[in-house]
Design a protein around this ligand. Structure first.
Ligand code: IVH
Length: 713
């Protein structure tokens, strides 16, 4: 493309995409489909790469990140970022109101029209955003209030923060302040993923948002889906009479302003606002810890001025986290799927913020030490923003003299193996991954998870029963389950939450569903199978990235630490964990077994298969049951020889290749439709490979994508 045309195209695309973004994020209106948007964004990115000088300062390509900051630049704030005075009581607020009025009288202002603006106090990271001629030029963290870190590239990944705004009402040079936060839902999703990966969960959305803003790779920040609310406007010459006018204007030009703010005519209205939001704030997408009360008129604000630390015209009312004192009965220790030990405080039941609390997590040994917890201590329990209660401190007044400090366990409470604690890790671990019951059950449960093999017909206590009966010891045992083994098993269990008993049973329909789910799981893509293997630190996204990069299990198993760490989103810790996993002989044998049962161990991508011969052209095949080599290898052979794969037993099918333990319903249907049934041996003869493959524990010899093997056919 010619230079001039490229420049114009870049400008057009930038404008269009920014408009779509604004409409989507501020007005909740989609003007184009996601697909069209992504295509346009890709086109813009390509043009920017080709013609870098034409890249616009408000280019939407910055939203996805891509920059890496080694160290953040320290920037001095033009207007100091002060904090607010805190109060926890209504009396303090009434005093504040009196102080404001007194101050105004002393400054010769009448206070007849005093008005406050009440806003929620968002619990995130405060940010200062500087705009010049309508363009976002800098984003700076609070730091110590005088100077902070320049995090502009990270700020630009937050889609609701406009990169260009209309300056008519705001002036050419201004600054806005607000709070960057992680929505509660995003936080929960991230923590769920971390739990599934067997790594320590983040403590709360605020710390996570703060940590995210300090990430050096802005593309990583973009993935964290941060959000923001703006609540403040600064300029040398403020073109408004009131704070509320400024906030309304900010909202109108496209800044994200929370619509929860309210003008209040007197302190009674302020108190009513506080009361209303005490409960209601739970329904907001962001954590809030109080209410900020600001004098609305700027001339009043100026008259009142500042103390050395905070403005006299504003105050923060902080909601008290409800806290109760109760006695510690004991500390129990939970063992997770990965062997991580979590200490739990077993408490004398107590009512707190709507529910009865019986237990609270103590996180790890460091936390017990921080609390200085002793046996039979009375502890304060709080429910913060998080649903799970936490022990905040020990009620020292109630401690018995000579109380015995809690001794952290040295051996696994489930299998008595000596615990280990790795350097840099807060949790203790039970290393007995193969013999420790909760670890085994945890791995089995992880394997059937919706995001892995998706076999929920095996959920709800069934795994426990099958484990007890000795039918499940490892994940490959799932594929040895038969109707005969399952039918009729039953057990009565006690539901710990409700205290009621429940019967778990394997009736005819349940067994059929389980067997069907097992059969269907053989079609589950490799990335989910890999996630299901439960390799420590390999979460859903990590598994996806590894599969994209290495394509099949053999490449992955043979990858070096360096090669693994090169993969985007795969850190050193994950890379080491993958290497460790494939060094264990039992794991290799497990994979070999799963392969033979027909699970997918390479990226399903028909395009990758090079057709070497057209012996099978026009013919459709379906494989059912187990074979001497992996089902996936056999399927790839069909494609290599120009054939097609069928989706199920249907008229369009030419051959049903029947393996061992083929499902009876498939057999019946195939007979009805008069579909030709052949054995694995027949199939191999068809393609001129009449020997069955050599089963070997060395999985690397079984590389399905190894094109050089074609010479054999
Ligand atoms: S106004 C000069 N409004 O609370 C005062 N602050 O302790 C400017 N915050 O550092 C702050 N929500 O990070 C203001 N609606 C709100 C707020 C808010 C949260 C944070 C902010 C500030 C701290 C004050």
């Amino acid at each position: 493309m010619e230079q001039k045309a490229a420049e114009q195209k870049i400008i057009d695309l930038t404008q269009k995409l920014n408009h779509y973004n604004l409409m989507y994020y501020q007005k909740h209106t989609s003007l184009v489909s996601d697909f069209e948007f992504d295509k346009m964004l890709e086109e813009l990115q390509n043009l920017e790469n080709q013609f870098p000088p034409f890249k616009q300062p408000d280019s939407p390509t910055q939203r996805v990140g891509g920059t890496i900051s080694k160290d953040f630049l320290t920037v001095k704030h033009k207007y100091q970022m002060l904090s607010l005075g805190n109060t926890y009581s209504e009396e303090d607020l009434i005093d504040f109101d009196k102080r404001v009025k007194k101050g105004l009288i002393e400054a010769d202002f009448s206070f007849a029209d005093i008005e406050y603006v009440c806003e929620l106090k968002f619990d995130g990271v405060s940010i200062s955003l500087i705009y010049e001629n309508g363009l976002l030029v800098r984003g700076v963290t609070r730091g110590d209030g005088v100077q902070g870190d320049e995090v502009t590239n990270n700020v630009k990944t937050i889609k609701k923060i406009p990169m260009r705004v209309n300056v008519d009402k705001l002036g050419n040079e201004f600054e806005v302040r607000g709070e960057i936060f992680m929505p509660k839902k995003v936080f929960e999703e991230i923590n769920q993923e971390r739990e599934e990966m067997g790594i320590e969960k983040y403590a709360n959305p605020r710390n996570t948002a703060s940590g995210t803003m300090k990430l050096q790779e802005s593309s990583e920040v973009a993935k964290r889906k941060l959000d923001a609310f703006i609540y403040f406007y600064y300029a040398d010459k403020i073109p408004f009479k009131m704070h509320s006018e400024a906030v309304e204007t900010l909202e109108n030009v496209g800044f994200p302003v929370s619509n929860t703010y309210k003008k209040c005519k007197n302190v009674e209205e302020v108190l009513a606002f506080i009361q209303y939001w005490d409960k209601e704030r739970e329904n907001l997408p962001v954590e809030t810890d109080g209410v900020v009360i600001k004098v609305n008129r700027y001339d009043y604000q100026n008259a009142l001025g500042f103390t050395s630390k905070s403005p006299r015209w504003a105050i923060a009312y902080k909601y008290k986290a409800e806290s109760v004192s109760t006695q510690l009965k004991s500390v129990s220790y939970q063992v997770g799927r990965t062997g991580a030990i979590t200490p739990v405080a077993e408490l004398t039941p107590i009512f707190l913020a709507g529910t009865t609390v019986k237990r609270a997590s103590l996180h790890n040994a460091n936390e017990i030490e921080r609390l200085g917890l002793c046996e039979n201590d009375f502890v304060f329990v709080e429910k913060g923003g998080e649903i799970i209660p936490k022990v905040t401190s020990v009620d020292a007044d109630k401690r018995k003299p000579n109380a015995t400090p809690i001794q952290y366990i040295t051996h696994c409470p489930e299998c008595n193996t000596e615990l280990v604690r790795n350097e840099k890790e807060a949790n203790h671990f039970c290393p007995n991954s193969k013999g420790c019951p909760p670890q085994i059950k945890g791995k089995l449960e992880h394997f059937i998870h919706r995001k892995a093999m998706n076999m929920d017909s095996l959920g709800e206590g069934k795994i426990e029963l099958l484990f007890e009966k000795g039918l499940l010891k490892n994940i490959d045992d799932f594929y040895t389950l038969t109707y005969k083994k399952l039918f009729g098993l039953e057990k009565v269990i006690l539901d710990a939450d409700t205290g009621k008993t429940k019967k778990i049973g394997f009736k005819e329909k349940t067994v059929e569903n389980i067997l069907a789910a097992l059969e269907k799981s053989k079609e589950i893509p490799f990335e989910k199978v890999l996630f299901g293997l439960g390799i420590r630190f390999v979460g859903e996204t990590g598994a996806k990235k590894l599969v994209e990069h290495f394509e099949n299990i053999d490449n992955l198993a043979n990858a070096t630490l360096e090669k693994l760490a090169e993969v985007r989103d795969v850190g050193e810790r994950t890379a080491q964990s993958v290497v460790d996993f494939f060094q264990v002989k039992e794991n290799l044998a497990l994979i070999e077994n799963l392969k033979n049962y027909g699970l997918q161990f390479s990226q399903t991508n028909a395009n990758k298969i090079i057709v070497s011969d057209d012996k099978l052209a026009g013919k459709t095949f379906l494989f059912s049951g187990t074979f001497s080599q992996s089902r996936e290898d056999l399927q790839n052979k069909v494609l290599e020889f120009g054939g097609k794969l069928g989706n199920g037993v249907a008229k369009t099918l030419d051959f049903l290749v029947a393996g061992e333990n083929m499902g009876p319903s498939k057999l019946e249907k195939a007979q009805k439709l008069k579909i030709t049934m052949i054995t694995e041996k027949d199939f191999l003869e068809m393609i001129g490979e009449n020997k069955t493959s050599n089963k070997s524990a060395n999985i690397s010899t079984n590389n399905t994508n190894n094109i050089s093997q074609k010479g054999l056919f």
